[in-house]
Structure formats: structure tokens, C-alpha cells
Ligand binder design. Structure first.
Ligand SMILES: [Zn+2]
Length: 227
């Protein structure tokens, strides 16, 4: 089947060749349209992506559009090397989509800047590359975020600061729990000899974002009570 180029959402390689592994054509009920779901697999990492193409089943004096596209997918051996060239005037949206930065609203400026950097690093993560660096940058964000919640700017380790803020009532029990989980995951990211897996990175990214939303975004969204 045909090959086309696309940015891989898994191994993050740009313009890597994807081979059409298979496709499925289904009639859309109550219309003369078909949906062709195309599965492509990355020649570098093997990851699969899917796109849906709506085509017309209407048959003029020649084959229908659905048949023509099915034919191209199966038989094409030309030089063309993008799905848009092979099937012109169509837009292809592939799933899964590449990771995009997701920045919580209403963060203090330096915290927002640090989070954008961590997200940029996260989007660069490839298999076994930059995983610890990205994890470390989320841990650094929690240190910065907690120092903003703490009136006592004295230098202290993360464990002490989390416990003290919780004792002072500045962190709810669930936020204290979040912060400790980020701290523990962050230990793995910052020590050369400790394990830090891609799933650990997903967890520390999620916990950090939730912590920031809880600590900064939600309080800023509550309308001020007029006195
Ligand atoms: Zn890939």
C-alpha cells in the first residue's frame, strides 16, 4: 500500500514515512457518503495513527470517489509522498495528535514562564531522551510554587516546606498529598541512579498541572465579593 510522510506523535521524528497498514470503508447511514478510516504505521517506531476520509459513494459514468480512493490506497506506487498530494483538496487530521503545551491560566509570570519551558521540554521527549530533564523541570516548578505560598522565604528542603505549609493550613490535605507525590517522583528524575519511567513523567506532569490549577487558577477564577 502507499507510503506518506507525517510527524510521528510517538517517536517525535519529523516527516517520517508512514506506511498505510490497512483501511476500513463503512457506509454512512442515511447519506451517499462513505467513511474510509486509514491506519498508518511509523517506519521508525511502528506506532499507529488513524485518519478518517469522507468520500462520496455517488457513481457517475465512472467509478465513485470511494472506489477511486480505495484503488489509490491499494495500488499507488508513484513518487508522491504526502497524503495531500495523493488525495488532493482534502484535509487530514490524524489521531493521536502530537502533544501540545497545556498551560494553566492565572499563574504568576515567573511560574508561567517555568511551566512553558517544562512543557516545551516535555514535547521534545523521545523514547529514552530528555525524560529525566523534563521530570526535573516539573519538580523545580513545585519548588517555585511552594516558595510563593510560603511567607517564610528561608531556605528549606522541599519535604520540610510541604509539611510546614500543610501545618499552617496553606496546603489542604489533598494538596499536601499531591506535592509529596511530585516530590517523590521528582527524586527519581533528579538522581542519576534512580529509575524514572515515561509513566512517571506523565504522572509528575499531571500532578504539577493539577497542583498549579488548585493553588493559582481556581482562586483567581472566584469572583471577588463586593463589600
Ligand atoms: Zn514513530
Amino acid at each position: 500500500m502507499i507510503t506518506f510522510s507525517h510527524d510521528c506523535p510517538y517517536c517525535k521524528k519529523k516527516n517520517v514515512a508512514f506506511e498505510v497498514g490497512d483501511f476500513g470503508m463503512r457506509e454512512q447511514r442515511h447519506s451517499d457518503k462513505d467513511v474510509i478510516a486509514i491506519l498508518g504505521t511509523c517506519n521508525n517506531c511502528g506506532g499507529g495513527i488513524v485518519t478518517n476520509v469522507n468520500t462520496s459513494r455517488f457513481r457517475g459514468y465512472r467509478q465513485s470517489e470511494s472506489e477511486r480512493i480505495q484503488h489509490i490506497l491499494e495500488k499507488h506506487h508513484g513518487e508522491k509522498y504526502s497524503l495531500e498530494e495523493i488525495l488532493p483538496r482534502r484535509e487530514f487530521v490524524f489521531y493521536p495528535q502530537p502533544a501540545k503545551p497545556e498551560i494553566p491560566e492565572y499563574l504568576p509570570r515567573d511560574l508561567e514562564h517555568a511551566f512553558v519551558e517544562a512543557e516545551d521540554l516535555y514535547c521534545l521527549v523521545e523514547e529514552n531522551k530528555f525524560i529525566k530533564q523534563a521530570g526535573n523541570s516539573y519538580r523545580a516548578i513545585i519548588e517555585l510554587a511552594l516558595s510563593k505560598l510560603d511567607n517564610n522565604s528561608q531556605d528549606k528542603n522541599l519535604n520540610q516546606r510541604i509539611n510546614q505549609l500543610a501545618e499552617q493550613g496553606k496546603l489542604s490535605p489533598s494538596m499536601k498529598d499531591f506535592a509529596h507525590r511530585i516530590r517523590t517522583l521528582g527524586n527519581g528524575a533528579s538522581h542519576a541512579l534512580l529509575e524514572f519511567s515515561p509513566q512517571d513523567l506523565e504522572d509528575i506532569r499531571l500532578f504539577t498541572r493539577l497542583f498549579l490549577i488548585y493553588a493559582f487558577t481556581l482562586p483567581a477564577m472566584i469572583p471577588k465579593v463586593e463589600s
